[in-house]
Design a protein around this ligand. Structure first.
Ligand code: DX5
Ligand code: ZN
Length: 217
């Protein structure tokens, strides 16, 4: 199934609650929550209290993208804060398999993410274990960047790998996705689309609807 996951990193934090409700009303299936620790990526974004405060506002899937070093340390806390899907970076884990196992033991959806410079082969060994692979289309750390064209080829490669292994792993694309390039990334094999700045400008509800109608074609 194709799903839209608006990134609240690009939202107006002074009215975060009503913006989350707006996403829900407009039909976005996921809410993408970017967690940054100032170590794995230069910036620091938000944490447990923010997640907990918006959790009662929607039943949509909380798609939590952990851009933090050694995420294994915080899995329990993120599940308690309301995560339905936890994605960890392959580059940030000392023992990726154990980290994924720990997420699955909590009974939620497990994802693995790769940066633009990380080859898809690096996650071949855990592909059978995860429900989703997040392919970064920009270098993680900030919203509003331009999609790096070469990353689309990686989505193709990954899709091929998934098919060859007889799996049905979801592919999420994150970073620089707009209405102009969403068709291309979906043709390459992505079925979960993160969009931040392309959603949170002008009429947010209308932007969500436009993405959704494009994605259902
Ligand atoms: C980047 C984040 C993305 C980002 C997406 O480090 O992981 O989720 O917020 O924002 P846009 O769509 O503006 O690139
Ligand atoms: Zn993200």
């Amino acid at each position: 199934m194709n799903c839209l996951s608006p990134s609240i990193l690009a939202s107006d934090f002074s009215k975060l609650g009503s913006q989350v409700e707006l996403l829900d009303r407009a039909g976005a299936q996921y809410v993408h929550i970017d967690i940054m620790d100032g170590m794995f990526v230069p910036s620091i974004s938000m944490g447990f209290p923010v997640m907990k405060s918006i959790r009662p506002l929607t039943d949509r899937i909380f798609d939590v993208h952990l851009m933090i070093q050694e995420p294994e340390r915080y899995i329990n806390e993120f599940v308690d804060a309301g995560a339905d899907l936890l994605t960890v970076h392959a580059e940030a884990c000392t023992n990726l398999e154990r980290t994924i196992q720990k997420i699955k033991e909590k009974g939620i959806i497990a994802g693995v993410a790769i940066k633009p410079s990380t080859p898809v082969e690096q996650i071949a060994g855990v592909l059978k274990e995860v429900d989703m692979v997040l392919v970064m289309m920009v270098n993680p750390g900030f919203g509003g960047q331009k999609l790096i064209p070469g990353t689309i080829d990686k989505v193709w490669e990954l899709k091929q790998m998934i098919n060859e292994m007889g799996l049905e792993t979801d592919i999420e694309v994150d970073g620089g996705v707009t209405l102009d390039n969403v068709g291309k990334v979906m043709d390459a094999g992505a079925n979960i689309v993160v969009a931040g700045s392309a959603i949170f400008h002008g009429d947010v509800e209308d932007n969500v609807r436009q993405f959704l109608s494009y994605m259902s074609e």
